[in-house]
Design a protein around this ligand. Structure first.
Ligand code: CUA
Length: 113
């Protein structure tokens, strides 16, 4: 996948949450300096979510605190990881790979309720 065409390549042209036929979810994320799209996601407690992530520019991290989701967002590549959210709460998605001046402000939230 061409990193320069992320914004026009499905499903990353419309980042966000999709429900699968079996009741699980797919969440498609784009990382770019210094934000994640979507910046906020709300999912029902108990949901099994597979996260797909790519980068539109440089290498970023994709770590969801309090879960085992920890991968890299790489330009030209799609990584994925699956987690079942058994506990309600607000989960912080952070970039854990230094990516520039705004690195420490690069995060998103996932609301589980
Ligand atoms: Cu993106 Cu650090």
């Amino acid at each position: 996948m061409d990193a320069l065409k992320v914004a026009s390549t499905p499903p990353f042209d419309h980042p966000g949450l999709r429900k699968n036929a079996d009741g699980s979810y797919e969440a498609d994320y784009v990382a770019q300096v210094f934000m994640f799209s979507p910046s906020k996601l709300t999912i029902p407690v108990g949901s099994k979510v597979t996260f797909y992530v790519t980068s539109a520019d440089v290498v970023h991290g994709f770590e969801i605190a309090k879960t085992d989701v920890n991968m890299m967002a790489i330009p030209g590549w799609v990584n994925n990881a699956t987690h079942t959210f058994d506990k309600a709460g607000t989960y912080l998605l952070v970039c854990n790979e230094y990516c520039g001046i705004g690195h420490q402000n690069m995060y998103a939230t996932i609301e589980v309720k």
